[in-house]
Ligand binder design. Sequence first.
Ligand code: 5GP
Ligand code: ZN
Length: 114
Amino acid sequence: MDDCLFCRIASGEVGADIIEERPTAIAFRDINPQAPVHVLIIPKEHIPQIKDLKPEHCEVLADIFSLMRDIGISEGIDMRGYRIVCNIGEEAGQEVEHLHFHMMGGRFMKWPPG
Ligand code: 5GP
Ligand code: ZN
């Protein structure tokens, strides 16, 4: 998708602070971090949101969760705790229409979220 920001980050056309990669997924730091650690994990393929997932996407989902596991360790937050957020659609505040998981840590989190 030429007009999708996260597709352009995944292809390298738009720069980002990439921290890790898997065959089908990539992780980079959020440009506007809401916590000391704020990483976005995305599929390289343009999948707009969860309703667009198909059975053949199990590998990409496995890559995404494997990345999040490893980033928890490499960022030093695996033992302290962290939050994974996936905003879906307008009411949840999804701004970028390319499936992504926020991984935030390094501070105490409130519940319920705003
Ligand atoms: P959403 O609101 O869609 O769940 O989250 C989109 C996230 O993408 C936001 O946290 C925002 O800060 C981040 N973001 C928007 N534009 C860019 C960008 O150009 N580079 C990076 N690294 N993050 C971005
Ligand atoms: Zn995209």
